[in-house]
Design a protein around this ligand. Structure first.
Ligand SMILES: [Zn+2]
Length: 126
């Protein structure tokens, strides 16, 4: 299905050559800013993530920030797993409380045992 921009068919969709070159002199291409050559020879610049286009590539750059926010939103959805971890931690906390209760019972049992030994004249813990 041909892509239509400004009512014209997109002939080529290529990464945009940046006005700056890499330190080693090799050209730099903006992969997220697409150079769109339209049917009829008109050139415009498009976003790699959506249908946004602008005749000025410098205007596409700030637009790309929107998609960065999208990624943050995705990360927020990823918080589902964080919630799961928190739920597990809460469960661990319950287990820890449970363990503490058992520890208290065990310590009480030890004290009771010592008291019984003393009562029957066992002579201390030996
Ligand atoms: Zn976009």
């Amino acid at each position: 299905m041909p892509r239509i921009v400004n009512g014209r068919r997109v002939i080529t969709d290529e990464p945009t050559l940046a006005p700056i070159a890499a330190r080693n002199g090799s050209p730099v291409y903006w992969q997220q800013i697409r150079t769109l050559v339209l049917d009829g020879g008109e050139v415009t610049y498009g976003c790699a993530h959506c249908d946004y286009t602008n005749p000025n590539p410098a205007s596409v750059r700030p637009h790309l920030n929107r998609h960065r926010k999208d990624k943050k939103t995705k990360a927020a959805n990823g918080n589902d797993s964080v919630a799961q971890v928190l739920a597990q931690l809460a469960k661990l906390d319950e287990i820890a409380k449970d363990r503490d209760r058992w520890k208290q019972r065990a310590q009480k049992a030890e004290r009771d045992l010592r008291a019984i030994r003393r009562a029957i004249g066992g002579g201390g813990d030996a």
